[in-house]
Design a protein around this ligand. Structure first.
Ligand SMILES: NC(=O)c1ccc[n+]([C@@H]2O[C@H](COP(=O)([O-])OP(=O)(O)OC[C@H]3O[C@@H](n4cnc5c(N)ncnc54)[C@H](OP(=O)(O)O)[C@@H]3O)[C@@H](O)[C@H]2O)c1
Length: 276
């Protein structure tokens, strides 16, 4: 049996224990697990997407940051750059690109895919993170426009991204697609039915396309977190410290993309250790 090199094992331990920022002092960029890989994260300007993007860059990937607000994406790019310019010997590669992209617009997503193909020639990891909540309240009072907005972002947007980016992976016969769903896609969510339905739909999309792409050596996974401490929704009455943090979701993504080639963690449900 061929064992991975010692340095890669060290890096993986860092990732698996959630202390990727404490990478071994002697680590060099070529030893990082995602060296030479390209990862694209939608909604990378804040919250969970930002944390995932930082984590992917820290593991050595060239990270493509997508979203509608360019300034927020540039801030994430600057954070990646700053992490990389720490004094030697912890210097990590600073590789990221910013692409403005609205996942609800097929033309915008296709243009982003063409840009990735032209400039980077490959895509190893696609993280479909961009998402919005629905208006809070009973379904009978929901504005149909809000229903459309939620489904166009949380479900159609993921379909557009898979449709546009997966061909690069099919061509390479390799890749990870990770969809950020929610425990609301596993449970009932009274007063959030449209959001829950979009995430139940996303889970169904994930399981089905996972089977379709398996033959192409592409692993399609879904992560379903409970409430995460971001700007996504008010967390009135919750203890923020006990809540899941964006970095916890990033850690789950890191686990998925650093698996051995024969292993496929298809779904991760993420809960806080203690109820916040
Ligand atoms: N926070 C939670 O409690 C929680 C729990 C479970 C699952 N989730 C899921 O985790 C994901 C990220 O949530 P978060 O907490 O990080 O939310 P957030 O802080 O509100 O960030 C959402 C991100 O999605 C992007 N986005 C929204 N619409 C977009 C569009 N049409 N095109 C491109 N990007 C778009 C936003 O960027 P722009 O506005 O700049 O485009 C933003 O970067 C979502 O899918 C959410 O459903 C969140």
């Amino acid at each position: 049996m061929k064992m991975p090199s010692k340095k890669i094992v060290e890096v993986r331990v860092g990732v698996l224990t959630g202390i990727a920022s404490n990478l071994p002092l002697n680590v060099r960029s070529k030893d990082l697990p995602l060296n030479n890989q390209v990862a694209l994260v939608t909604g990378a300007g804040r919250g969970i997407g930002r944390a995932i993007a930082l984590q992917m860059a820290q593991l050595g990937a060239h990270t493509v940051l997508c979203g509608r607000a360019k300034k927020a994406l540039e801030k994430t790019a600057a954070a990646i750059q700053n992490a990389a310019s720490e004094p030697e010997p912890t210097k990590l590669p600073a590789k990221s690109s910013v692409i403005e992209c609205d996942v609800t617009d097929l033309g915008s997503v296709e243009s982003a895919a063409r840009q990735v193909e032209r400039t980077l020639q490959r895509l190893d990891i696609l993280v479909n993170n961009a998402g919005i909540g629905s208006d809070t309240g009973p379904l009978l009072e929901l504005d149909p426009a809000n229903w459309d907005e939620v489904f166009n972002t949380n479900l159609r947007g993921v379909y557009y991204c898979i449709r546009s980016f997966a061909p690069l992976m099919v061509r390479a016969r390799s890749g990870h697609i990770i969809n950020i769903s929610s425990l609301a896609g596993k449970n009932a969510l009274p007063n959030g039915a449209a959001y829950a339905a979009s995430k139940w739909g996303l889970n169904g999309l994930t399981y089905s396309v996972a089977e379709e792409l398996r033959a192409h050596n592409i692993r399609v996974s879904v992560i379903c977190p409970g409430s995460v401490n971001t700007e996504f929704s008010p967390h009135t009455g919750k203890n923020a410290e006990k809540m899941l943090q964006a970095s916890d979701v990033a850690h789950a993504v890191a686990m998925i993309v650093t698996q051995a080639p024969q292993s496929f963690a298809s779904e991760i449900l993420l809960r806080p250790t203690q109820k916040p």
